[in-house]
Design a protein around this ligand. Structure first.
Ligand code: PTJ
Length: 250
């Protein structure tokens, strides 16, 4: 953390995450639009009290169960994710034996190569989404996100699509895939259409997700009753309660 942010600052962690993203932008991993996406996320993180809520913990358990039980899990990586938690993406992929696929909205070969290098530096072995020869298309999707790897997202049964708002989740569901997302905005299209939405900052939540996956693998797996709509409603009421508490303190 630079000297500009004293450790005692009440929002030091969030400001540190912001700095990390700016560095990742300077290093050519993050799109310009990714900086704005981050700002949106920061606003929602403030509304959830910048901590992992009970509803997020529920969703993390359901996500861990889905990933551990998946036959062909894939983690879809965009610029923001690569900039914020490359080490954890690689760790999670190893823990649940998931493939990693780079899939960008603002597609650019140069940015893909920068992301590839960063993931490799963090221990990734195989990375999909960079070899044009092995691609195919997801129907009912217009954006660059429709171009996917034949051995990756295309054949996956469970796909983790962290940090995006758009129509890809619905398109992936139409292809019969289970979709998990991290999204701080419980009302985004992705949050609302995913099978499992973890309303948490991916930087915090992914560490918890890795821990729960490891614990589940050590113990006997148990099915978890989970309803995404109900859980999203819970996360919205957690926000309301948090704001009411803050208003009383003001
Ligand atoms: O790298 P690319 O080209 O694939 O582009 C990636 C971005 C992020 C620019 C693209 O996916 C995009 O424009 O995303 P949106 O539509 O702005 O959606 C981002 C969503 O993620 C919003 O709902 C934010 O609230 C949420 N978000 C932002 N930061 C975080 C987050 N959710 C979890 N953790 C975060 N740190």
């Amino acid at each position: 953390m630079t000297n500009l942010i004293p450790k005692s600052h009440p929002r030091a962690k969030s400001l540190y995450i912001r700095e990390q993203l700016v560095h990742a932008f300077d290093d050519g991993l993050v799109a310009k639009e990714g900086l704005m996406a981050h700002g949106r996320g920061e606003a929602f993180d403030y509304l959830i009290g910048e901590k992992t809520s009970k509803s997020a913990k529920n969703a993390i358990k359901a996500a861990a169960f889905a990933l551990v039980c998946a036959k062909h899990p894939v983690i879809s990586v965009n610029g923001n994710i690569a900039g914020l938690c490359p080490k954890e993406i690689v760790e999670l992929s190893k823990v649940v034996n998931a493939k990693i696929e780079i899939n960008l909205f603002y597609s650019s070969d140069k940015r893909k190569q920068n992301i590839l290098r960063t993931l490799k530096k963090n221990g990734a072995r195989e990375i999909l989404g960079v070899d044009k020869k092995n691609t195919t298309r997801i129907s009912s999707l217009d954006s660059a996100r429709r171009i996917v790897d034949k051995n990756g997202i295309y054949t996956a049964d469970v796909v983790l699509v962290p940090l995006e708002d758009g129509d890809r989740t619905l398109a992936l569901k139409k292809e019969g895939k289970k979709v998990i997302t991290f999204d701080l905005n419980p009302l985004s299209r992705t949050a609302q259409t995913a099978d499992i939405t973890i309303v948490d900052n991916v930087v915090r939540g992914i560490k918890e997700l890795i821990d729960v996956c490891v614990k589940m693998q050590k113990k006997n797996l148990q099915n978890i009753a989970f309803d995404n709509k109900k859980n999203l409603a819970k996360s919205i009421s957690e926000i309301k309660n948090y704001l009411e508490r803050r208003a009383k303190l003001a």
